[in-house]
Design a protein around this ligand. Structure first.
Ligand code: HPA
Length: 275
């Protein structure tokens, strides 16, 4: 089944359950799952119920779409995302992003947990993604171009919307959640990086490293979505801190940062009604 066929099949499955039309899509990264539990869900669909959807076999990664209102803004939330390291093709990894656009979402907020490369960062910092390096993972646009979605050679010179970035930064200040800024580099995972790789990424100009987001942002820009991304610096990357990395540490810091992150997201989404 080709990409577009799969997408249409998934869309039909969703439309068989709800005709909810989100304005904005939100992908929740590690530590932010609680945001999905806290919103007043109008409808939710486990990924496993959607035909053609890449469903994770990895424990703890089952997820669902949640359709809800935040203030007056209709949104679709991805509680749990699909990662490349689970073994899917990149085209499958970004299917949910494309699907949310086809549901109606014109704007996308991506969140994630990431390792801090920039030495001025500390675990618990929130970083607005100003740009990314995706060169170390395959492009989600590889293969026949789906003309219905976007052009063959899409421009990527401004993936993360600059006006929105400034707006979010101002909202952060207003609600007492200060934000750092930086460049995100995506690795294939699932292993964390070696100190040598991190040194290379530092030389390349990356401030944070993670295993998601850049590919999703590419697929979203291909379709003309307005994109913002925010990383929770859950740990310092390998070699920056002398401590060995553990998923446990990543999860604990991300969980601790959750309430601050949620406060910011809620304010950012509610702001949408004015624009
Ligand atoms: N490296 C890659 N991905 C991550 C990290 C990291 O240090 N922390 C959280 N996600």
């Amino acid at each position: 089944m080709d990409v577009y066929e799969k997408l249409q099949k998934s869309l039909a499955a969703v439309r068989g359950i709800t005709d909810f039309k989100p304005k904005l899509a939100l992908v929740l990264g590690s530590g932010l799952g609680a945001f999905g539990d806290r919103v007043k869900s109008i409808c939710s669909i486990p990924y496993a119920e959607i035909d053609g959807f890449p469903v994770s076999t990895v424990q703890g990664h089952q997820g669902r779409f949640i359709f809800c209102m935040v203030g007056t803004v209709p949104i679709v939330v991805m509680q749990g995302r699909v990662h490349y390291y689970e073994g899917y093709d990149m085209q499958d990894v970004v299917l949910p992003i494309r699907l949310m656009k086809l549901m109606g979402a014109e704007e996308l907020i991506l969140t994630n947990a990431a390792g801090g490369i920039n030495r001025s960062f500390v675990p618990g910092d929130l970083m607005q993604v100003t740009g990314h390096i995706s060169t170390f993972v395959p492009s989600p646009l590889r293969g026949a171009n789906v003309e219905e979605l976007g052009v063959r050679f899409p421009d990527m010179s401004a993936v993360y919307d600059k006006d929105w970035l400034e707006e979010i930064s101002a909202i952060g200040q207003r609600v007492g959640v200060p934000l750092k800024r930086g460049v995100y580099v995506q690795t294939p995972g699932p292993n964390y990086e070696t100190p040598e790789e991190i040194r290379m990424f530092e030389t390349l100009g990356a401030d944070a490293v993670g295993m998601s987001t850049a590919c999703e942002a590419i697929a979203a820009r291909h379709m003309g979505m307005r994109v913002a991304a925010i990383s929770c610096i859950s740990n310092m990357a390998a070699g920056i801190s002398k401590q060995p990395l553990s998923h446990q540490e990543v999860k604990e810091t991300a969980d601790k940062t959750g309430p601050r992150f949620e406060k910011l997201l809620e304010a950012v989404i509610k702001q949408k009604k004015q624009s």
